[in-house]
Write a protein that binds this ligand. Structure first.
Ligand code: SF4
Ligand code: FES
Length: 273
């Protein structure tokens, strides 16, 4: 099959980018999207041209390194699938694919399809862990956890930090990612001591990174390759409000709620179109 790729090329953060057209022939339906770019890159290198920069690592849908927009959809048209797992059989001979990097002010472009997602790392570093010394791994049956609670914690833990939720959100909000991390730890007994301070720190860090606020649009849930449910955002907001109330002696409530500020930082500030 023949496909025409239109790929965003940008040398570095300070130069202007543009879409460049690359016709590719002999595309096999078994190839993944990343393998298709590998083939294109071999051809470009053969011609002495710069290969397309893109991120990848596991190519098994588990590390969260890969990700870009395909025809305006984060990770492309197949639900619950990362671009490394997206095979070409889902496209038709003659299709045009428009491939662009995630666009959000908090994810500045480094080169071509690679964006800087260290803002996510800083959100995790602000509270996405259990600080108590837990010693060596305890016996799995030592702390009994109801199955429904465990299932919800494990579902939230499936987030791979790919950033598709931010890219798809009209507000460039990181609420689904942050909510998944807050829910994953906050549901388990080990995560209880820091549950409220964690929500406070992680939400505040996300705000200071320049992500927008959640307005319950749901695009994030629709594109998430790990099917993280939007209910984690409700849980995060619940914990954030409880944490704000508990900290009312240290901070003024208006200040805390202004930082949470649903709807206060929308498309114009957090998006790059
Ligand atoms: S919530 Fe989903 S889309 Fe967002 S970073 Fe995690 S896995 Fe990716
Ligand atoms: S390369 Fe690891 S999830 Fe795609």
């Amino acid at each position: 099959m023949k496909l025409t790729l239109h790929i965003w090329r940008q040398k570095n953060p300070s130069t202007k980018g543009k879409m460049v057209r690359y016709p590719v022939s002999d595309v096999s339906g078994e190839m993944s999207m990343l393998e298709l770019i590998d083939v294109l890159n071999e051809q470009l290198i053969g011609k002495g041209e710069e290969p397309v920069a893109f991120e990848h690592d596991c190519r098994e849908g588990i590390c969260g390194s890969c990700g870009f927009m395909i025809n305006g959809v984060a990770h492309g048209p197949v639900p619950a699938t990362t671009v490394c797992q997206l095979t070409m059989r889902h496209f038709k001979d003659g299709d045009d694919l428009y491939i662009e990097p995630w666009r959000a002010k908090a994810f500045p472009i480094i080169k071509d399809l690679v964006v800087d997602r260290r803002a996510f790392d800083r959100i995790i570093a602000s509270g996405g862990y259990i600080g108590a010394s837990t010693g060596s791994a305890p016996d799995g049956n030592a702390i009994l956890i109801p199955k429904d609670v465990l299932d919800r914690a494990m579902d939230a833990a499936a987030c791979i930090g790919c950033g598709a939720c931010v890219a798809a959100c009209p507000n460039a909000s990181a609420a689904l990612f942050t909510g998944a991390k807050v829910a994953h730890l906050g549901l388990l007994p080990q995560g209880q001591p820091e549950r409220h301070s964690r929500a406070l720190s992680m939400v505040n860090q996300g705000n200071s990174e320049g992500f927008g606020n959640c307005t319950n649009i749901g695009e994030c849930e629709a594109v998430c390759p790990k099917e993280i449910r939007i209910e984690v955002i409700g849980r995060m907001n619940h914990d954030f409000i409880a944490a704000s109330w508990k900290s009312r002696d240290r901070f003024s409530l208006p200040d805390l709620f202004a930082r949470w500020g649903t709807g206060s930082r929308l498309k114009t500030e957090a998006r790059v179109d």
